[in-house]
Ligand binder design. Structure first.
Ligand code: GDP
Ligand code: IMO
Ligand code: MG
Length: 431
């Protein structure tokens, strides 16, 4: 029996959704443990694309349980829309397929208003958030004024907390952010409707997971965002507001560390980033445009174009250490077809010195120059390749070299968005 965590090893959008969907075959339960609908996880099955924001990426498999853990911040409106959309496509017909933690915190309309207003006020210095209210919701959680799913279910508790929060947030919105205030009654009414629609899904998910694991069920933990966006270990302050590293699985689900057996880091064969913040290997020029076009690099949540760059081994090595990654799934190798030379960033150069470890200093990150090693490219399209030995020799070499530089085994190579466009070298559930 094995439980596996899937963690983003870069700045998000590494292809976690595809890999989670793929490994759901071997799992009984798929669990989200952090983030919210800032995530956009894309699944392509039989040519049909589905983008999930809150519901775990196991949702397209019938008879698999999907769990939203306590570490997730839940926008009930978005969640209900997502449930409806999945049902319309014939998934999730049994409500028992989805369980939501009582302890997950709710995203409220004032969180979204504050998130968006702050970004507007920051102007040039904006973080480039998704505007979904993620940061302000986690702030309230830590400030101990957040509203949890269980609080929503208890009418009196909800009313009391909402009243207090609205009063405070309206002062902040009006006086500081110069924004419109929110109406208690309107908000109360809409959340009362959500209460009844969500009630049947809510449970103690930590207890549920414990019971299921004791019964021998296998769990897949699905990370959102990526290690370099982790609030502690990423490019602070250009990060998200949760712990995206594997340690977040435990606090975000109520499952102890000894229950996580394999930790798979997902990394693109190059790098991308959405929003602001340092990105040492970013390409400003035609090769960046080629990556964007061939990799279809547009955000699955906001549609913003993703900034593109070369593989940054400093960042991925950092992710390997931060999460104790046991194997890497390398995605989008197909996108590199056609480049004559493919650079790999093995270290940074800053102030005349070579830097091997991911710096905490924003200043260093902003001015770090990548040290590149050049690899030979290949011309053959890879999307139909299903065996490692059928990859062009240069592509095989590229994968093997990445493996050496990040000192971690590559257990899977992805050559297209489809579930089947995968070269599986080692199944983490079978080790
Ligand atoms: P996530 O947030 O980590 O789940 O990733 P996203 O879904 O936001 O972005 C990854 C994008 O790359 C999606 O459009 C996927 O369909 C696509 N994708 C995943 N793996 C591959 C691959 O190996 N090759 C190509 N060309 N596209 C891929
Ligand atoms: P998935 O799960 C890529 C980025 C935003 C912004 C920063 C903070 O699809 O990989 P937030 O709204 O979280 O406060 O924004 O984090 N960001 C992501 N970038 N993929 C994501 O999720 C992201 N979720 C947040 O662009 O720079
Ligand atoms: Mg995404």
């Amino acid at each position: 029996m094995a439980n596996v965590a899937i963690i983003g090893a870069q700045w998000g959008d590494e292809g976690k959704g595809k890999i989670v969907d793929l490994f759901t075959d071997d799992a009984d339960i798929v669990v989200r443990f952090q983030g919210g609908n800032n995530a956009g996880h894309t699944l392509v099955v039989d040519g049909k694309k589905t983008v999930l924001h809150l519901i775990p990426s196991g949702a397209l498999h019938p008879n698999k349980l999907c769990v939203i853990g306590n570490g997730v911040v839940v926008d009930p409106e978005v969640l209900l829309e997502e449930i409806t959309a999945l049902k319309r496509q014939g998934h999730f017909m049994d409500d028992a397929q989805l369980r939501i933690s009582e302890e997950a915190h709710l995203i409220m309309p004032y969180h979204k208003a504050i998130d968006q207003a702050r970004e507007r006020l920051r102007g040039e210095g904006m973080i480039g958030t998704t505007g979904r209210g993620i940061g302000p919701a986690y702030e309230d959680k830590v400030a101990r004024v957040g509203i949890r799913v269980i609080d929503l279910l208890e009418e009196e508790t909800f009313q009391e907390k909402l009243q207090r929060n609205i009063e405070e947030k309206n002062i902040y919105l009006k006086a500081i952010l110069k924004e419109k205030t929110l109406d208690f009654n309107k908000l109360h009414d809409s959340y009362s409707v959500y209460r009844e629609k969500l009630r049947s899904y809510v449970t103690d998910t930590s207890l549920l997971l414990d019971r299921e694991m004791r019964a021998g069920k296998q769990v897949l933990f699905e990370g959102a965002q990526g290690t370099l966006l982790d609030v502690d270990h990423g490019t602070y302050p250009f990060v998200t507001s949760s712990n995206t590293v594997a340690g977040g699985v435990c606090s975000g689900t109520g499952v102890g560390p000894r229950h996580i057996h394999q930790i798979i880091g997902i990394s693109k064969a190059y790098a991308t980033r959405v929003g602001s913040g340092p990105f040492p290997t970013e390409i400003h020029g035609p090769e960046g445009e080629t990556l964007k076009r061939e990799g279809f690099e547009f955000g699955a949540t906001t549609g913003r174009p993703r900034r593109c760059g070369w593989f940054d081994a400093v960042g991925v090595r950092h992710a390997v250490r931060m999460s104790g990654i046991t194997g890497i799934a390398l995605t989008k190798l197909d996108v590199l077809t056609g480049f004559k030379k493919i650079p790999i960033c093995t270290a940074y150069r800053y102030d005349g010195k070579v830097v091997h470890d991911f710096p905490a200093s924003l200043k260093i990150m902003q001015h770090a120059q990548p040290v590149y090693e050049q690899m030979e490219g290949w011309d053959k399209p890879l999307d139909d390749v299903r065996k490692f030995s059928d990859l062009p020799a240069q592509a095989q070499k590229y994968v093997r070299r990445l493996e050496e530089i990040v000192e971690t085994e590559i257990i899977l190579v992805s050559v297209g968005p489809g579930r089947d466009q995968t070269i599986l070298l080692k199944n983490p559930f079978h080790t």
